[in-house]
Design a protein around this ligand. Sequence first.
Ligand SMILES: Cc1ncc(COP(=O)(O)O)c(C=O)c1O
Length: 387
Amino acid sequence: MQESRRVRALPPYLFAQIEERIAQAEKKGLNIISLGIGDPDLPTPTRVVEALAEQARLPKNHRYPSSAGLFEFRKAAAEWCCRRFGVELDPGTEVTTLIGTKEGIANLPLCFLDPGDIALVPDPGYPVYTTGTLLAGGEVYKMPLLEENGFLPDLDSIPHEVLGRAKLMWLNYPNNPTAAVASKDFFAKAVALAKEYGCLLCHDAAYSEITFDGYLSPSILEIPEAKDVAVEFHSLSKTYNMTGWRIGWAAGNAQAVGALRRLKTNLDSGVFQPIQYAAMAALSEPPSQDVIRAYQERRDVVVNRLNGLGWNVVPPKATIYIWAPVPQGFTSLEFAEEVFEKTGVVITPGVGYGQYGEGYFRISLCLPVERFEEAFQRWETHGIRAS
Ligand SMILES: Cc1ncc(COP(=O)(O)O)c(C=O)c1O
């Protein structure tokens, strides 16, 4: 038996490899501190768990859900976007439920890319923009996110010929893995470009609520007429500590939402209704300020400890990540390997997010402060420094 070319061409999922490595080390009895995957350690709010339990008891919820999601959930999502961003959305045509944003991000390219079409993808970036494109038979054009540009793509540098073939452009702010944020001016420029070239602008807003020091991240849908060309992906995973629940939504351009719904009715049967009701309970309140404060405290501890070891990291305004340069003389893989071998601390090599991630590593803020203190104590003891 031979697997399809499409599956053979898929790169191994970075975190699956890292998890395997951790499992092996733990089997040997090593005390590993994983600063790798961005999976919140804090619990889902009680009101959400209770809503799930209550709704799970009702037989009406045991049947197939609709693929597009309960109207009530889509309405709650639209109202949340309105409260948070002042953006008006029609839950009937402009919102669709997703089995987590990863699912929507992976499926959307199938709706808009024919073989030979281009998707503009940030590099470094969340790997699913690329894999979704490849699975759809599309071509990836990498938009480098460079430090000197504030980790924003240089939209002026994309060749006219590439833009002419581009059917999708992916953006993600606050950004994984660089923790950079984007201004409304940048979004306005992207909207104008997408309009000029008839390209669908896909904004992944998975970290929109994890922001610090009073910073509020904008929605791309706040840009006038953005709905003509843009669709935005929202996730409850990081906002409400719900990564395991698998729920999010796509909102904005009605054609994109409609195409995604049409595809999904053929592929999946939606999200278990009690999870949708529980997500409505989540959305009924803003994200917990205690959670944001916990991330902010961890961010400050990590930045201070890194800077104490010779780094010069500026505290990021958002996300659950710290993105920092590897010491000279190392590739990002070599540095991650060195840190793991010497200290048992797992960090993510930047190259895992694309070639322009080379030279950096990522730390995620998903452990209690004491574990970060311990991790950096180990770095200090074993001479892991910026230079
Ligand atoms: C940028 C980005 N988008 C989307 C996702 C997926 O989120 P979800 O849990 O909603 O599928 C992640 C998860 O880490 C992410 O980092």
